[in-house]
Design a protein around this ligand. Structure first.
Ligand code: FAD
Length: 392
């Protein structure tokens, strides 16, 4: 599957949901060629939401509350729960790092150019750049390699991966990097060459820096130095640029009072690409300060602006504070709430109605420090005779 398969519209996402087989998912999800859903770009950008996906799979595919897929959907909601409480704290170490040395503050050139010489790592970087999507296991291997093998601070790797993903989601991405680094988990996530050979045989990487027993890998994570690149490198490729704004050709007409006077306005932002039925006018907004901080690849810009163009009457780019005066005469200005940095504060001053972001689990009022604590409070209790518990 390549980027071309992530068509930026809701119909494409709904068609994909219809193909999901929760049982095959549970059996095969750890393998790189396993039956994972590949729904993440559509979920991140709000073309579809978890409550409707879960409801559909319950009704048509017998999804149960203890099924592996239900559990994985809940990880996303857990990460968002953590972000709601910690805010921008998720961008900093949540625990003391496992290594006492000073992690590098930039990625080495061989990582940026997919030429480390570790086959599984270089293949992952190439796929990230080409498709904007990676299997979960591949993301874990990349994060672990960057932090523990190459001694780069997790935040540097997280920002880099976030920018290139079509599904880049700050809570899921940055907290997963912290989980692999060991600053949001009890121990660092480590993997060996045998693990790769088992779940991605075509990318087996014997004789490289990852080909050691777990005791050696753990000692290296805690006390070693940068263990790369390999003596024999792969041919380097160029990293696609990360851009603080959409393609220059995008049209940004001015919004004036006549367009909005007395009308129900829906503000669509990049995480809510779905037009509400009751909107008279839908304005797709991009709040420039966020995008200057967290730039995206061109293919992500194309995906998001493509989705926005399909459903909005007009697209708007700038600092949201400057849009507020033009919207004053609207009957209402509604939007889906977002906790994204910069957007969260700016949208408060513009919208008169803020709908909660959809969730299929509860969002506990007090912070849960671990997924198991969260799951203990929110695990759904719908009856399902055939469900089979599975382990993470
Ligand atoms: C280092 C690292 C970075 C990651 N960055 C992101 C990111 O930026 N955006 C993102 O959506 N996910 C991220 N994930 C989680 C996970 O890898 C992806 O959600 C998943 O691979 C997307 O493919 P899929 O839709 O086929 O997932 P499936 O396995 O089919 O799961 C279905 C959906 O459940 C959710 N989900 C599944 N696993 C997780 C998980 N571990 N954490 C959070 N949500 C999950 C996603 O919405 C996903 O689309 C990251 C994981 C790691 C280890």
């Amino acid at each position: 599957m390549t980027t071309a398969h992530w068509i930026p519209d809701r119909a494409a996402a709904l068609a994909r949901i219809d193909e999901i087989d929760p049982r095959a998912y549970a059996r095969t999800r750890n393998a790189l060629d396993g039956a994972v859903t590949r729904l993440s770009p559509w979920i991140t950008h709000g073309f579809v939401d978890l409550p409707e996906i879960v409801a559909h799979l319950r009704e048509h595919r017998g999804l149960g509350p203890l099924d592996k897929l239900t559990y994985e959907f809940a990880w996303r909601e857990f990460f968002h729960h953590v972000r709601r409480h910690a805010g921008e704290g998720i961008l900093d170490d949540l625990r003391t790092p496992v290594w006492s040395g000073r992690y590098a503050q930039a990625l080495p050139e061989d990582v940026l150019t997919a030429s480390t010489g570790v086959r599984v790592i270089d293949a992952g970087i190439r796929q990230l750049y080409a498709d904007g999507w990676l299997h979960n296991h591949h993301r874990m291997w990349l994060a672990s390699y960057v932090v523990h093998t190459r001694k780069v601070h997790w935040r540097v790797g997280a920002d880099w991966m976030y920018g290139h993903l079509l599904d880049g989601d700050l809570p899921s991405n940055h907290l997963s990097w912290q989980w692999c680094a060991g600053t949001f988990s009890a121990k660092p996530y480590l993997f060996d060459a045998a693990n790769v050979a088992r779940y991605a045989p075509a990318l087996a990487s014997p004789g490289t820096a990852i080909d050691h027993d777990y005791e050696t890998l753990e000692a290296h994570a805690r006390t070693g130095g940068d263990a790369g690149p390999e003596r024999i490198a792969s041919p380097p490729i160029a990293m696609p640029a990360l851009l603080a704004g959409p393609p220059a050709a995008t049209a940004w007409p001015a919004i004036d009072a006549t367009m909005v006077r007395g009308r129900r306005i829906a503000l669509l932002h990049p995480w809510s690409l779905r037009r509400p039925d009751d909107a008279d006018v839908a304005i797709g907004v991009f709040h420039a300060p966020f995008h200057a901080r967290f730039p995206w690849s061109m293919q992500r810009w194309d995906f998001v602006t493509g989705g926005m163009t399909r459903i909005a009457d007009v697209l708007w780019w700038g600092d949201l504070a400057t849009l507020a005066p033009a919207l004053r005469e609207a009957a209402s200005v509604a939007m889906v709430r977002t906790d994204e940095p910069e957007y969260a504060g700016a949208t408060q001053s513009v919208a008169t109605v803020r709908h909660p972001a959809p969730r299929f689990t509860a969002d506990p009022a007090t912070p849960c420090r671990s997924f198991s604590a969260f799951w203990g409070k929110v695990a759904p209790a719908w009856p399902h005779p055939e469900s089979s518990p599975s382990q993470r």
